[in-house]
Ligand binder design. Structure first.
Ligand code: SF4
Length: 249
């Protein structure tokens, strides 16, 4: 298990927005989605296809070494390991090895996922993930247009996790004029009753630069990073719909 090799797109040590406390965030290469606002387009090419990618091969043991170096920060802050991507379940064998070892070694674990993965994986994830950070990206009618996939598998994952009593935080990217309709804000507010917390992730226009750098066409050139006032309006609107435990990420 310690020698399993995965392809790591990036590692962010001292991350403050990827779960509780100070985190060591490991971003795995590969994602089945194609979100129009993606902040990490270079993380999308999938490792089992012929797409070119330049992620670093690393063993679970390599990552454990970094986690142990960061352990004091985790312990002082209530932090731990977050596995993100790309979509971390795209390298499912490596992900499970990493999470199993991290749990055995006493680290708190978060899984940052788009929710699109085989249902059979959930029973393997539940014992080794303390907190699921699950994306809830767009209303059903435009989900496929904005992300490349239907919302159904995402909702099935959410229902399954809640059914098993897992701790779930929803992460909701909001792009002005694209997926911030009142109906969507109301739906997020409704879900807030069922999950442990909700994080609103305002769009960042650095997505445009990163698409350009990666040579990938970008559809949102005309959209700017929303102001703090705009983001607060989203929160206020959700409050009027009865949202609880919602914050800005
Ligand atoms: S799920 Fe994340 S990594 Fe994948 S395309 Fe969407 S934003 Fe990018």
């Amino acid at each position: 298990m310690y020698d399993e090799i995965g392809f790591v797109y990036d590692i962010r040590r001292g991350a403050l927005h990827d779960g509780p406390g100070v985190r060591t965030t490991v971003l795995l290469q590969g994602c089945p989605l194609d979100c129009v606002w993606c902040n990490e387009p270079a993380s999308r090419p999938r490792t089992h296809k012929k797409d070119p990618f330049d992620a670093q091969p690393m063993s679970v043991r390599d990552i454990l070494m970094l986690l142990n170096q960061d352990r004091a920060y985790h312990e002082a802050s209530g932090g731990g390991l977050t596995v993100s991507g790309g979509e971390p379940t795209d390298q499912a064998d490596f992900l499970l090895c990493l999470l199993n070892v991290a749990k055995q070694e006493g680290f708190h674990t978060c899984l940052d996922t788009c929710g699109v993965f085989a249902a059979s994986l959930i029973t393997y994830l539940l014992p080794v993930v303390d907190l699921f950070l699950l994306d809830y990206k767009a209303p059903p009618e435009i989900h496929k247009q904005l992300t490349g996939v239907n919302i159904d598998p995402v909702m099935a994952t959410l229902e399954s996790l809640l059914g098993f009593g897992a701790q779930v935080h929803l992460r909701c990217p909001l792009v002005p004029g694209v997926n911030d309709s009142e109906e969507h804000l109301e739906q997020i507010a409704k879900l807030s009753d069922r999950v442990a917390g909700i994080e609103i992730l305002p769009y960042k226009s650095l997505a445009m630069e990163r698409h350009q750098k990666a040579g990938i066409p970008f559809q949102l050139n005309y959209i700017k990073t929303p102001t703090a006032v705009k983001s607060q309006r989203w929160l206020d609107k959700m409050s009027t719909f009865g949202a609880r435990n919602v914050g800005l990420g």
